[in-house]
Write a protein that binds this ligand. Structure first.
Ligand SMILES: [Fe+2]
Length: 146
């Protein structure tokens, strides 16, 4: 799976370059191929402390407390060991994809926010991908089948 990075906002496109960036609107010329843009754990069965602090944890609730119709609650936390949110070291954003298409970018600021996010999906099937970007340690992902 090829990964293309938007040179303006850091958005990652999977497989193909879009006509324009869904986050910042940059044209396709702004994208460049970088198959090392996402960090992967060395051994998925034996995570290091750094990996435990960066790989998103995803919890899905099939019944929503807010919306009556079809709504999946997707609760996301960065790190099995909660990632720091200090001005020198923090999670800058969390991008959520469904079947490789962006559904949400959540920008975070340090100091007052925890590295977590809750979203409400109107669909109940597909492949969810959560990508986070740490200002010091780069991008990490977690994939989950709905
Ligand atoms: Fe980090």
């Amino acid at each position: 799976m090829n990964t293309y990075v938007c040179g303006k906002c850091g958005y990652i496109a999977f497989d193909n370059v879009p006509e324009s960036c869904p986050v910042c609107g940059a044209k396709k010329e702004a994208f460049s191929l970088d198959n090392n843009a996402i960090k992967r754990p060395t051994d998925p069965n034996n995570l290091s402390e750094l990996e435990k602090k960066h790989i998103p944890v995803v919890k899905i609730e099939r019944k929503c407390g807010l919306i009556d119709s079809v709504c999946l609650d997707v609760n996301i936390k960065i790190g099995e060991i909660t990632h720091p949110m200090q001005s020198q070291h923090f999670i800058m954003y969390i991008d959520v994809y469904l079947d490789k298409n962006l559904v949400s970018r959540y920008h975070l600021t340090p100091e007052k926010l925890n590295p977590a996010l809750g979203i409400h999906l109107k669909v109940n099937s597909g492949k969810l991908l959560v990508l986070e970007n740490c200002n010091l340690h780069g991008r990490w992902v977690k994939e989950e089948l709905l």
